[in-house]
Design a protein around this ligand. Sequence first.
Ligand code: AVI
Length: 335
Amino acid sequence: MSATYEVLKDLSSSTPIQEQFELDVLIGLSESPKRIPSKYFYDAEGSRLFQVITDLPEYYLTRCEYEILETHKKDIAEMISGGTVNLVELGPGDAHKTVVLMEYFLSQGIDFQYVPIDISETALKQLTESLNQRFPQLRVHGFVSGYTNGLKWLNHLQHQRNFVAFLGSNIGNFNRPAARVFLQSLWNALQEDDLVLIGFDLKKDINLMLLAYNDLRGVTAQFNLNVLHRINRELGGNFDVTKFRHYANYDVYSGAMESYLVSLHNQDVHIKGIGQSFHFDPWEPIHTEYSYKYLESDIHELAKMTGFTVEKQLYDSRNYFVDSIWRVKKNSGNK
Ligand code: AVI
């Protein structure tokens, strides 16, 4: 079969991306405490910095999940074999880990097409091109979109069984109620017996988690601060980025690593695209990210509340991380 690869752009969104960005920054910086949603980390530079983070010795998450997929690729292949499958991936980045599965599925003659959905057009184009070079026989249909519209778009795919990968603890960037709403929308977009594979970072030694978000080379700090550079570049802001610092802490009660940018001075920042200035007191924080950590019991409860059954729990050798495989149940009365 000859390979096809394409990247489609989401044109359905009612608010253009730029306008939405302006609106979210206006709302977030007008609140107290101030906040900027973490989805704005991922412009081309933010996506590049995140790839660097995934290789850092302190950021254990990516290596754990890589080990899980390497160890259990055969079990996963057995669950999806028989018939054609859409291997859908939400937020693939460079798909370094999913490549383990794709390579194995191809070697086993499993009939599938790869459907990566990512908010960064640059990252998605690079990914589809590099996959085309590496696996010329693979069919790739990329879609540039946020998760919500990406899920709506799933309905337009050829009607085939779906295996949806949501790796890397991306679910952790939603707070608990938002994670529920998101998984319910995923359930709605899927059919009976479709499978999802979700990566959860488990609660563990607090010092390990603190280190993962406060690496010694300061790449996570650069990643966090990049959102201010992005506002300068795209919205005409005049943030002096040297006047803010990265701060990440673990909240035992909510179970989240929380990231902030803290103003080091009394300062005003003007954002031309919004036509407004924002005042920062010394030591005033901007909340930028939640990275929620899970207990085993949280995962089972979340699956049950959102209409899925937990089929398999796949762990790394240190039990730091779990890839949980869930099946869609439409008639179980769970939802
Ligand atoms: C993408 N996401 C799952 C990462 C996380 O761990 O929350 C983003 C990240 N933030 C700081 N380091 C990595």
